[in-house]
Write a protein of this length. Structure first.
Length: 335
């Protein structure tokens, strides 16, 4: 099942791994790429040497294309140069407009993707030279760019960009969701929460257990509760004791939130984790895991078991093929 997105990115299947910081490392990115999709490394917080090491590790694990995600809320020029020097084939920009970094990435030989939350932002990205647009719906987990749901957003973006390939993001967790995204005009699905339940995801077992036990109604969209280091950064996570206490206190602003400054967990690699910190709990974390920022999209209710990433890719593709075939047969029977 090759689409325009597949052709542009040089991949075999229309499945793209969301770049989930703290959960995606070279092993998970490479596993998705080896299965025919596109793995993306979230390296926007890394220093250049760490980025180079992660890129080289990923390349040692897969001959297939992969990407690096850069967050434009922070200076990314040095990291982009490191990516280009390492021959990263695809650059994924996120949050603010990437500006002249698009031209620099393309001049360096990379294909450029950019995530948007509305059609106007998609138009600006195309005008700047972006090759592939990622339309991220409000249902997505982690940090969310806009306030429009995936269903109305994707066709609006498809219509706005006049033939530029579009990827649908937000709430897609199985083959039915991928089939729906393709029906809306997207050429691939951007999938995150489902891959948190992959064997390769580097998250704490308690976090994974919460994901498996959650329903589609167990996430909450928050304006800026878990501090990510940049202002006005809405996000979606599982409802937990931290959110409940904050709501019970009347949703006070930072500086007046209950338990603010309390150390609720400790990471061997990251040190003390205070309440309200934006932090994906990894296996080396101990303490109140439930109270941390447990990122998840509304597709979490469809995540029910831990699987190898390659098996997740195969399962989603098989279900998408069956769904599209059944829909075609159903329509034919009604004619």
């Amino acid at each position: 099942m090759r689409t325009d997105v597949c052709e542009r990115l040089g991949i075999d299947l229309p499945i793209i791994l969301a770049p989930m910081a703290g959960a995606v490392g070279p092993e998970l990115a490479a596993a998705v790429s080896n299965a025919g999709g596109l793995g993306i490394l979230p390296l926007w917080r890394a220093d250049p040497d760490t980025l180079r090491a992660a890129v080289r590790k990923t390349r040692s694990l897969t001959p297939a294309p992969f990407a690096v995600n850069l967050n434009m809320e922070f200076p990314q020029e040095e990291l982009l140069e490191a990516c280009l020097e390492e021959g990263v084939p695809i650059i994924s920009f996120f949050w603010r407009d990437p500006g002249d970094l698009v031209a620099r990435a393309k001049a360096g030989g990379a294909v450029v993707m950019h995530t948007v939350g509305d059609a106007e932002a998609a138009r600006r990205a195309v005008d700047a030279g972006v090759d592939v647009i990622v339309a991220q719906g409000w249902e997505a987990g982690g940090h969310v760019r806009g306030m429009v749901a995936t269903m109305p957003l994707v066709p609006a973006v498809v219509d706005a960009v006049d033939g530029v390939p579009v990827v649908a993001a937000g709430g897609i967790a199985d083959g039915r969701g991928l089939a729906a995204a393709l029906a809306l005009g997207a050429g691939a699905g951007w999938i995150g929460t489902r891959f948190l339940a992959s064997e390769e995801a580097t998250i704490h077992p308690d976090y994974r257990a919460r994901l498996l036990a959650s329903s589609e109604a167990d996430t909450v969209h928050l304006a800026d509760l878990f501090d990510g280091g940049w202002p006005d950064a809405p996000h979606r996570a599982l409802y937990n004791s931290t959110v409940a206490a904050w709501e019970a206190a009347g949703r006070p602003r930072p500086g007046a939130r209950p338990g603010e400054g309390d150390v609720v967990a400790t990471s061997l690699s990251r040190g003390e984790i205070r309440r309200y910190r934006s932090y994906t709990p990894g296996p080396d974390t101990s303490g109140e895991i439930e109270a941390l920022s447990l990122w998840a999209g509304q597709g979490v209710g469809l995540v029910r078991r831990v699987q190898p990433a390659a098996e997740i890719v195969r399962e989603i593709m098989a279900e998408a093929s069956v769904t599209l075939g059944a829909l075609g047969a159903q329509l034919t029977q009604r004619e």
